[in-house]
Design a protein around this ligand. Structure first.
Ligand code: SF4
Length: 327
């Protein structure tokens, strides 16, 4: 496998503050939503990006596509420097890197029928001669499991699952190299979630898609992704092969997330080792290891010293002082 996407020390800052601060001329305070993230995605790989809401996973995805501007770091896509691209180059890049969003209704134009919404993609990107658009739309609808009779329906006449299939079809129409799905099943009923996950799994296999799947639901990521990256308050804390991480999570935050997953036991009980408390506000990130106020294994150095450095443990990367002797 060769590397398709490389992210190095990526940072995204947002300015924050009241209107009074804005007009006072004082420097406004900064919220670092993504803080020094480095990772790579190989061609054909499925990477799950997990963490509680507000941990920066969606901002990271948007920064890769430059839908928000990074404050520093590097993004390389198929060898090209994304942060140095001009508007025309970005337009081409976004054809190769497609996003599927959480809100299946909100991401579609309510005035366009399914056929018109999909046909528009073929026309805007000049993907085929105009007289072939209808046939390409029909093929695409079949690929994502949409019955042909829906071609003249508008989003309001579709179910949430059908709308999400249209969103996925729009993303696939351009033949992307990479699809980033941002909480793409979170807004759907559980039974529909399973159908859409099965669709992603079969499309990924059939088309050898490279997929980055962002979710707060670890079960979803375990089902779909071979590699998993865990984020906490803007930083990566652990990344590695999904089954290894689930079998033996190294970072205390990963352990707590996995322990907090609902178990399929007869009692239907939740594990007692779940997470302590709520995550701090991203506008007030604790010093040292940002996880220390919630970590049962925190040591004095976790509070006082800078954030833990990266450690390689076999095929795993972990950012935690417990492994400082691991080399
Ligand atoms: Fe816990 Fe310390 Fe590891 Fe942070 S660095 S996760 S506080 S043990």
């Amino acid at each position: 496998m060769s590397t398709l996407l490389e992210i190095e020390d990526l940072r995204v800052d947002f300015q924050r503050g009241s209107l009074a601060e804005l007009f006072s001329g004082r420097e406004r305070s900064r919220l670092r939503a993504v803080n020094g993230v480095s990772l790579s995605v190989e061609r054909g790989e499925t990477l799950g990006l997990v963490g509680e809401s507000g941990c920066g996973k969606s901002t990271l995805a948007r920064a890769v596509l430059r839908l928000v501007e990074p404050s520093g770091g590097r993004v390389r896509f198929d060898g090209a420097d994304v942060l140095a691209m001009n508007a025309a180059e970005l337009f081409k890049l976004r054809r190769r890197m497609q996003m599927v969003f959480q809100d299946p209704y909100g991401s579609l134009n309510p005035r366009l029928t399914v056929g018109a919404a999909l046909g528009e993609v073929f026309r805007v990107h000049e993907l085929c001669p105009p007289d072939q658009v209808g046939e390409r739309v029909g093929r695409l609808m079949r690929d994502v499991g949409l019955p042909p009779e829906l071609v003249d329906r508008r989003p309001a006449a579709l179910s949430g699952g059908q709308c999400q299939r249209v969103g996925i079809a729009r993303a696939l129409a351009v033949g992307p190299d990479l699809v980033i799905a941002d909480e793409a099943v979170s807004a759907l009923d559980v039974s529909i979630q399973a159908q859409i996950l099965n669709l992603f799994a079969s499309l990924q296999k059939r088309m050898s898609l490279t997929l980055v799947f962002i979710s707060h639901d670890l079960g979803v990521v375990r089902y779909l992704c071979r590699k998993i990256a865990v984020m906490y308050l803007g930083r990566l804390v652990e990344i590695g092969p999904t089954e290894e991480v689930f079998a033996d999570p190294k970072h205390p935050y990963t352990r707590a997330l996995i322990a907090a997953m609902p178990r399929m036991d007869p009692e239907g009980s939740l594990s007692e080792q779940g997470l302590l408390g709520e995550p701090p506000s991203p506008t007030d990130v604790p010093g040292g290891c940002a996880f220390h106020p919630r970590c049962a294994l925190a040591m004095p150095a976790c509070r006082q010293d800078p954030a833990p450095a990266h450690r390689a443990l076999g095929r795993r990367d972990v950012w935690c002082r417990l492994y400082d002797d691991a080399g």
